[in-house]
Write a protein that binds this ligand. Structure first.
Ligand SMILES: [Zn+2]
Length: 380
């Protein structure tokens, strides 16, 4: 017989919750939100739902302590990335102490730990003090409209975001900025170089400078928690047919950022490159525009949440490791809204790839550490 927390995890994996904004045809979070709400309600928690877009609903459960104390939130996303190339994404297979399936590590494992911790506290006579909020949110894998909506209504004194950190206590991560660059040329017959101006070759000049800039950014002194920034050219398009000069080329690029870099550094850097290229060749034509971005995050250095989590992890027999994660999380949204957060979740492998799994023991240890953390932190 398996642990009820692992059964819960398998139930969550079995529900298709592919993010529809990310993967066309994705089922979205409707069904999993209903299942989570029912589970929390059956466990004796007060449950509210918050529809942040049509059919896209956050689920928030609350457990009140017996006495006054502090409030803590466990936050996790319900959506997953797409399943292309996976054989049985929603068939939660258990093997060698692992559970396989889409979202097993990112982040239904963390979600199961958080739900099981809250349900355990609700069942075992409640929370000694304060208030525990569990928030299951939509759309983290795309634009985080779930977390954005959550913080307009729900505030706690601290939060744990259960993304997969391989049991590391993450007190920061990078941000990102998406930028589009367009170069222009003149469309003409391929045999007429006097008339044609090649937008793709012009983009080549931009790309060469971006590559150089990336090397320079990555050679800077790394931030102790966030490391260095970086960039890559993610998508490129342009041209009409083989025998024609292309009049337009577009690149969409991503810049990963660390604390201390300007909020619009990607645009500033690209504009500088375009200006330099124009100064060298007045025929050069290029422009840039901002698409979307999110800031990096650092947990306030003097906050007691990381220290408390270290102590509870030690009590669970795990040597605590503190550090940063490379990937962006909803912790940045919570942090900006005034909720100091750490990121902490189980180990595994294959997030966003075709073979994804999470370690069962980690899911259970996470649950136990979160139970203890809620008791200690919320007591005040
Ligand atoms: Zn995730």
């Amino acid at each position: 017989m398996s642990d009820p927390t692992i059964n819960l995890l398998r139930d969550l994996i079995a529900i298709d919750s592919v993010n529809p904004a990310l993967a066309p045809g994705g089922r979205g979070e409707k069904q999993i939100a209903e299942a989570i709400a029912a589970e929390l309600q059956a466990g004796g928690m007060d449950v509210e739902t918050q529809e942040v877009a049509p059919g896209r609903t956050n689920v928030i459960g609350a457990l009140e302590g017996k006495q006054k104390g502090r409030s803590l939130m466990f936050c996790g996303h319900m959506d997953t990335v797409g399943v292309m190339g996976m054989e049985a994404p929603f068939d939660p297979v258990r093997k060698d102490g692992r559970v396989y399936g889409r979202g097993s590590q990112d982040m239904k494992g963390g979600l199961a730990s958080m739900m099981a911790a809250a349900l355990h506290l609700a069942e075992k006579g409640g929370l000694p003090g304060g208030r525990l909020v569990i928030a299951a949110v939509v759309d983290e894998e795309f634009a985080s409209i779930g977390a954005d909506g959550l913080v307009t209504k729900w505030k706690t004194e601290a939060a744990v975001v259960g993304e997969p950190t391989d049991m590391k206590i993450a007190v920061g991560h990078k941000g990102f900025q998406w930028v589009e660059i367009t170069t222009e040329g003149v469309r003409a017959h391929g045999s007429r170089p006097n008339e044609g101006r090649d937008a793709i070759l012009r983009m080549g000049r931009v790309l060469a400078r971006l590559e150089k800039l990336d090397r320079e950014i990555q050679s800077r002194l790394p931030h102790p928690i966030q490391g260095t920034g970086s960039l890559h050219a993610s998508l490129i398009g342009g041209g009409h047919e083989l025998s024609t000069y292309p009049d337009r080329c577009t690149v969409q690029m991503e810049r990963r950022t660390i604390s201390g870099e300007p909020a619009n550094c990607a645009i500033i850097e690209v504009e500088q490159i375009l200006e330099n290229l124009y100064n060298e060749d007045s025929e050069f034509k290029g422009s840039t525009k901002f698409i979307f971005g999110r800031p990096p995050y650092l947990t306030p250095a003097d906050h007691d949440l990381p220290k408390m989590l270290e102590a509870t992890l030690s009590n669970c027999g795990v040597k605590p490791v503190r550090g940063g994660m490379t990937f962006w999380t909803d912790a940045a949204v919570l942090g900006e809204a005034g909720i100091p957060s750490v990121v902490f979740g189980p180990g595994g492998a294959g997030l966003h790839s075709t073979t994804e799994y999470v370690f069962e023991n980690d899911v259970i240890t996470c649950r136990d550490a979160l139970i203890e953390l809620a008791r200690v932190f919320c007591a005040g």
